[in-house]
Design a protein around this ligand. Structure first.
Ligand code: DGL
Length: 270
């Protein structure tokens, strides 16, 4: 029983960490496509090809259920994958829905018509490809009406985090938040729509101001995964061993991941 977690790079580790804390008995196979990160500057076809290649590798590792812990892949590739690519005995889930359910105060599986919700003005921070896809607004429109979303494409933040340059990452976060606030001075909520951003969540919170609630994915996704596995224990897959895989340089990635997770973490070649 192993569950796959995929991201273009290190960002999905924020989801991995929360999932592992919530489900300590489940082995997770993590795959980071470090050879091709960042995805946020790529076009949808490219993201689809890279994502399907990596998810196939996770199926091979004994995972029947794979979480795309990457908003960019969830936004640009997931629907196409679910429509014609995912084999009938496998599942691939994204990270948007748990976030939007939390934002709109819905329970899982509540498919009632869209309705008015408490938030009116939402600031979305995400990669250029996620912003371009408008997938967040599309998913939100299924559940809520009258919500104004202002999206800020946060160019450069993923690269800075992948390079371990947290000073640059913080400076970029500040300037992206300022740019967003020029367009929407008083958001009711801010959404971190990229799994790398929880690594600089404090910087986002400081720049946005303490009176704006920040919605961050790791815990929400972990909770929703726990819920899913309770309903579908058969989706735990045949794999027995947790591991970390990368398409990049395992040594470099292990060092970066160890710094982030604050414990030794060994990546192997995918
Ligand atoms: N963590 C990915 C996301 O959630 C980053 C995408 C990228 O590689 O640009 O969107």
């Amino acid at each position: 029983m192993a569950v796959g977690i995929f991201d273009s790079g290190l960002g999905g580790l924020t989801v991995y960490q929360a999932a592992q804390e919530r489900l300590p008995d489940v082995p997770f196979v993590y795959l980071g496509d470090h050879a091709n990160t960042p995805y946020g500057v790529r076009d949808a076809d490219d993201i689809y090809d890279l994502t399907t290649t990596c998810v196939s590798r996770l199926f091979e590792a004994g995972c029947d259920l794979v979480i795309l812990a990457c908003n960019t892949a969830s936004a640009a590739a997931l629907r196409r994958m679910q429509e014609g690519w995912v084999p009938s005995d496998k599942r691939v889930l994204g990270v948007f829905v748990p976030l939007i359910e939390a934002l709109t105060e819905r329970q899982w599986g509540d498919n009632s018509p869209p309705r008015e919700v408490n938030v009116r003005h939402v600031a979305l921070f995400a990669t250029p490809a996620t912003v371009r896809s408008r997938a967040f607004q599309r998913e939100l429109a299924f559940r809520a009406i009258g919500v104004d979303v202002e999206a800020q494409a946060c160019a450069g933040v993923v690269d800075a985090i992948e390079d371990g340059d947290m000073i640059l990452a913080e400076a970029l976060v500040r300037s992206h938040v300022e740019a967003l606030k020029r367009k929407m001075p008083e958001p009711d909520a801010a959404v971190l729509g990229c799994t790398h951003y929880p690594m600089v969540e404090d910087d986002f919170r400081a720049a946005i101001g303490e009176n704006v609630p920040v919605f961050s994915q790791p815990k929400l996704v972990a909770e929703s995964l726990a819920d899913y596995l309770e309903r579908r224990p058969d989706m735990r897959g045949s794999g027995e061993v947790g591991m970390f895989l990368t398409t990049g340089d395992p040594q470099w990635v292990s060092d970066q991941a160890t710094r982030f997770l604050r414990r030794r973490c060994e990546f192997h070649a995918a």
